[in-house]
Design a protein around this ligand. Structure first.
Ligand code: NZQ
Ligand code: ZN
Length: 390
């Protein structure tokens, strides 16, 4: 276990009747609010009307940026940053899934730069320590953006999708009402759930040796929660218990409670970000396609015990197997979860993707030379894993 600092200043209002605190929280930052949202789901589920009414009743001046894309574009972020500069916005309010929250974070950072352009921050890997405050209302249990320090921005002109990080990007306040996720289609529920699962598996659980027992047990509990409650939420979209478990699991997976003292990996995320940068696919689906292949590729005598433990603790496979046989069973269980339980199409070719760009995508995924984790991956390894996904 490594030394660590834990500090997450995000104040979370969780549950059904918490939006009554929205105006008091926004007014702590000022009266001029930029509301950021996506393609209209918040108009269908009533959240938009609630926000407008709250703003009206509290003398809050609301500006809007709508149409944030899944895989949010830098150009959309820049539109929001321009509004902030022009209108002297005091706080950016995101209402939606990870894409909307990420876009709001990018806006908050770019608004304080001279040219209100987010891309130089993203492409230069700037760690953002100054930004407008962000308040998030979450509608999709998935990315953890509601409680983390990251914003993932896409530039489709250059086929790049890159994380912008910084302490100033952590939302100051997050509202998590599981009821707002009732309207999620089954496909988005499945993709979001696998994203949560993978944040733990990919980031910390299999990443390296610096683990400690308390954290391993907590990480497994969150992954078990996803395995248990996702099929329920897919079958019964208005099951509060299922939606609530998934929503808090989303936040727990990346709010840094579960990574204190660990080593970080993130191989599947590096590979998936290339897929969505080139083909604009849904992040969680890309992860579900890559993860079982990655596990198969990295399986050897050294990695088998940890992969077997995942199978035992999260999927309940028997404890009396050899490490190698147990690890193979664990990979079967992950595969079954992705493609049978979640019903996600298993191959990149199902999404119309061929190997045309794999070489350059692999090189880009290994921008630092290689990807670290339970097994170091070179560009040739990544290319091979992409091919296994076809
Ligand atoms: O745009 P609207 O109309 O809101 O519809 C969205 C979108 O079409 C819809 N949706 C969201 N909530 C809904 C709903 N539809 C009905 N009812 C609701 N309650 O779902 C679609 C997908 O939304 P999106 O926000 O794109 O999904 P998600 O939350 O999975 O976010 C994905 C983005 O986050 C990034 C991903 O790469 C991707 O760009 N990530 C961000 C991370 C972070 N900030 O730390 C980490 C993650 O690993 C990830 O990379
Ligand atoms: Zn993710």
């Amino acid at each position: 276990m490594n030394d660590f600092i834990f500090h997450n200043p995000d104040k979370v209002y969780f549950g059904k009747n918490q939006l009554e605190h929205l105006s008091e929280e926004l007014l702590k930052f000022g009266k001029k609010v930029l509301l950021v949202y996506g393609g209209g789901s918040i108009k269908k589920n009533g959240l938009y009307d609630s926000i407008v009414t709250i703003a009206k009743n509290s003398d809050i001046e609301l500006f809007e940026l709508s149409g944030v894309e899944p895989n949010p574009r830098h150009s959309t972020v820049n539109k929001g940053a321009a509004i902030c500069k022009k209108e002297n916005i005091s706080v950016v309010l995101a209402a939606g899934g990870g894409s909307t929250i990420d876009c709001a974070k990018g806006i908050a950072a770019a608004a304080l730069t001279e040219n209100a352009d987010v891309w130089p921050l993203v492409s230069n890997g700037v760690w953002v320590t100054e930004a407008l405050p962000v308040v998030a209302i979450l509608t999709n249990a998935a990315t953890g953006s509601e409680m983390d320090a990251w914003s993932v921005i896409s530039n489709m002109d250059t086929n790049e999708k890159i994380g912008l990080g910084g302490t100033a990007l952590i939302p100051r306040v997050a509202f998590e009402n599981p009821e707002y996720s009732y309207t999620l289609p089954s496909y988005q529920t499945a993709c979001g759930a696998f994203d949560i699962f993978n944040h733990i598996l990919d980031n910390y659980y299999l990443a390296g040796e610096a683990t400690f027992d308390l954290l391993l047990e907590m990480q497994e509990a969150v992954m078990r929660t996803v395995v248990k409650w996702t099929p329920v939420a897919m079958k019964e979209p208005e099951n509060y218990e299922a939606r609530a478990n998934l929503m808090w699991a989303s936040s727990m997976a990346l709010n840094s409670i579960l990574d204190g003292g660990t080593v970080h990996g993130c191989a599947c995320h590096f590979m998936e970000h290339e897929l969505s940068a080139y083909y604009d696919i849904t992040h969680g689906h890309g992860l579900a396609i890559v993860t079982p292949r990655w596990l198969t590729y990295i399986l050897d005598e050294a990695t088998a015990p940890a992969i077997y433990r995942l199978g035992v603790k999260v999927f309940g496979i028997p404890e009396n197997l050899s490490a190698m046989d147990g690890a193979k069973k664990a990979i079967e269980a992950v595969t079954d979860f992705c493609f049978n339980t979640l019903g996600l199409q298993p191959n990149l070719s199902d999404l119309g993707i061929d190997e045309k760009h794999f070489k350059v995508m692999a090189e880009h995924a290994c921008a630092a030379g290689s990807i670290t984790g339970p097994k170091e991956l070179t560009p040739a390894d990544v290319e091979e894993i992409f091919k296994m996904c076809l």
